[in-house]
Design a protein around this ligand. Sequence first.
Ligand code: NDP
Length: 434
Amino acid sequence: KKRNPHQPEFVQAVQEVAEDIFDFMADKEEYHSQQILRRIAEPDRVVSFRVCWEDDAGNIRVQRGWRVQNNNAIGPYKGGIRFHPSVTESVLKFLAFEQTFKNALTGLPMGGGKGGSNFNPKGKSVREIMRFCQSFMTELYRHIGADVDVPAGDIGVGGREIGYMFGQYKRITNEFTGVLTGKGLEWGGSLIRTEATGYGAVYFLANMLATRGMDLVGKTAVISGSGNVATHAAEKIVQLGGKVLTLSDSGGFIHDPDGITQDKIEWVKTHKTHRRGRIEEYVEAFPKATFHAGKTPWGVPCDVALPCATQNELLGEDARTLVANGCIAVSEGANMPTDLDGVHTFKHARLLYAPGKASNAGGVAVSGLEMSQNSARRSWHEDELQQMLKDIMAGIHARCEEYGRQGDYIDYVKGANIAGFKKVADAMLAFGVV
Ligand code: NDP
């Protein structure tokens, strides 16, 4: 807190990891003497830059961009780019810190980073978004590279934005390399990358339920968000026999007691992604549903919950409501959606609770597979990739269990923190004091 007085999200993320790591490090002198935790919690570098662009009315607009390169002990920096007005250095530092552990958990050789801008894509024309992306990359290009730092999408950055940024990188450097992931299939992208985070979060959920002899058939699910992660999580829940009751956006949530079926999910995808509409319009298309303005969906009774929108969207009080309503499992699709009070509540209630750094790692894992395909200049088939994603999520589950099992209870937060930390820390020890 003293080192980062105005960075609450970053302090929160480090605090959550430190709680688990202190116990684990107690008898490991080398981690202490080499100040490993302190070194991981200080990014290798934070680059901050001006992004200047011209809007459709000819006004010159000035935004701030960042790239946080947190740690490259086990591979090139890797992590998404976020365009949202809530982006600050603190938010990106927390995301880059979490990403370091998440990437280590996947078993693939990727370090941790994150970037973005406080640019708000909402209400902007396609040409404005293109000009912004080009300007952003005009500075970013000098800090990244296929073996240096490989950004991807995140909130507000989807396939279209990756395309504009990749086009600008290629124009400036005259190189066609796998410098970004989440690319279009025609120009180096990987199958199932778009679906991977949401699908992965549900595979992880299925792994957790299996430890108690259960599956998703007939289970009711409450999901927040209605973007990439939320809609694909919903899709996989439906495929595995569950019933999705809610979706949301920053305006509120919709509750559909009949269940949000595949055709309704398709409607949401088209409406939110392609038309940039609001979730409240769902009730006009499907009148049995209700819209709850300004609210999150955690009060709707359910068997499983998947927060898939943003950080700190599920607070202690919401966690207590979920527990009181008989929720069995929570799998985080978003990054740090549950605040510390909520995390403690889930742990205390011995809920099956997966932190995002474990359960939402499917996206970055398939990004890692996209990097491998780019390096080998080949593309794997969909069924191969689906199987790899399933295996990777099962592997992450096993690593969490290895370090988080306490009798008949698995503390997934502890398991993920220790397994991720150990891999990065051991690599750092091997490099000496650098
Ligand atoms: P999208 O931009 O596709 O969707 C984000 C969704 O969350 C939208 O429904 C948005 O609503 C809602 N949302 C965003 N900010 C807020 C806020 N401050 N309050 C309430 N709702 C909000 O992003 P993704 O689905 O890609 O990302 C969602 C989460 O998953 C993020 O935490 C991201 O870091 C994480 N994640 C994403 C990965 C990926 O592969 N895409 C990988 C791993 C993690 P609205 O339309 O109103 O803004």
